[in-house]
Design a protein around this ligand. Structure first.
Ligand code: HEC
Length: 393
């Protein structure tokens, strides 16, 4: 019953997280687009810097951008902050339901040298808070005057964190941890810097004084960082579907490479809208993706190395003991077979043999080695796949 409740919480919170995240990134993309496409008004107007006309859903819209601030503020001013806050709140709730609640399976694993659940949770939460503090200090340091150095240092620190977490958390959790850390920086940027600075500026304007431009600049810097964070974070959030990335022995380096490519592509579009056409970035990014795909390709032993083919009789008891607690018609460890993957029928096991091999060679299944599969058993099932995955007729 507990597992069933966790599944429903997972579903509802994930759904909310997805909706609020789409709304947040959506407004952020929209304003970014707006800034790049707004043009000088056709008819000059006092205080108006740019103007944009759009048609959407059968209606016409006119947006104006002020040069500084309007003379008078309207009664309703939209702030765009709840999307960010709810994305963080739902994200942290999801992290708790999936990774903290069932920490042995999903966060720290069952190995003899695995951390205790409370240690894993403490290190995970500590990373969210510590990551933000470190990043915030960097943003307040003179280093921001040198954006290249800032980017290199920030990237190295995050890659170091990815390496560290990959050593102590399950592969899946170590990816999500980095995504959650960056997501926390993004939401905290909105909560602690962008919105408070805007509030001070609006208040000074209401008081009839000149707003402090440095506050706006600090907010704009955080906004720019959030813009670069978006692509890597979105990749991490869907990375769960791609065991070839988080399951790789050097998963932290794979993550660093993908993040770099993602931020590079973002950089290309940002430069392009500023009028700099750095065309070389796109082909370089494409080649980098191809190279990465090549480097992390699954390697299988050549069949010549293996003398005799393994029979299913040797494999079946292992699958029963180590997998079918979850992957069966009526599993005992979970409310229902995850992703509908069930091993009751040998023909099915044979059909998805390649998928099973990937899950085993990357140590992703069983999750956190929950059923304590031995290395010999793992090697045997992999050899069964490599020697033709035969089943009794
Ligand atoms: C404790 C429960 C549990 C055990 C034991 C377990 N699995 Fe899984 N398995 C899961 C979960 C949960 C998922 C879904 C993961 C996801 O959301 O991508 C899954 C997914 C899979 C998938 C589908 C992956 C995909 O991306 O479609 C395969 C294949 C798989 N497991 C193989 C195995 C094999 C082989 C074993 C035994 C060696 C095993 N599992 C043991 C829980 C388990």
């Amino acid at each position: 019953m507990e597992g069933y409740i966790a599944d429903w919480l997972n579903l509802l919170i994930r759904w909310l997280h997805f909706i609020t995240g789409a709304a947040w990134i959506g407004t952020s993309f929209y304003f970014n687009w707006l800034n790049h496409n707004i043009r000088e008004p056709e008819k000059k107007q006092e205080g108006i810097k740019g103007e944009l006309f759009a048609v959407h859903g059968g209606h016409f819209y006119q947006v104006r951008k002020y040069d500084g601030a309007p003379e008078e503020l309207p009664k309703t001013l939209h702030w765009f902050k709840w999307e960010a806050y709810f994305t963080w709140i739902s994200g942290f709730s999801l992290l708790s339901v999936v990774y903290y609640w069932n920490a042995k399976m999903n966060l720290v694993g069952m190995g003899a040298d695995s951390l205790e659940p409370w240690q894993g949770i403490a290190l995970s939460v500590g990373g969210l808070i510590g990551g933000w503090i470190a990043y915030d200090l960097l943003c307040k340091s003179p280093l921001t005057k040198n954006p290249v150095l800032f980017a290199i240092l920030g990237f190295s620190l995050l890659t170091g964190a990815a390496y560290g977490y990959s050593q102590i958390l399950t592969p899946r959790a170590s990816y999500i941890q980095i995504g959650a850390m960056i997501g926390t920086m993004m939401a905290a940027n909105v909560f602690f810097v962008i919105i408070p600075n805007q509030r001070v500026m609006v208040d000074t304007m209401i008081a009839g004084e000149e707003p402090d431009i440095s506050l706006g600049d600090a907010g704009a810097l955080r906004s720019l960082h959030n813009n670069y964070f978006t692509l890597p974070v979105l990749f991490i959030m869907v990375s769960n579907h791609f065991p070839m990335t988080f399951g790789h022995a050097f998963n932290w380096a794979v993550l660093a490479a993908i993040a770099l490519i993602g931020a590079g592509i973002r950089h290309y579009f940002n430069l392009k809208s500023k009028g700099h056409l750095n065309v070389w970035i796109l082909p370089v990014a494409s080649v980098a993706i191809l190279a990465l795909a090549f480097v992390i390709r699954p390697t299988s032993k050549s069949t010549e190395d293996i003398q005799a083919s393994i029979s299913y009789d040797q494999v079946e008891p292992i699958i029963k003991e180590r997998c079918m607690g979850c992957h069966a018609k009526s599993p005992t460890l979970l409310p229902s077979a995850p992703k509908g993957v069930m091993f009751n029928d040998p023909a099915v096991v044979q059909k998805i043999a390649a998928k099973i091999r990937l899950q085993l060679s990357t140590n992703i299944m069983p999750p956190g080695n929950y059923t304590e599969m031995t290395e010999e058993e793992r090697a045997l099932v992999i050899s069964w796949v490599d020697t033709g995955a035969s089943i009794p007729q």
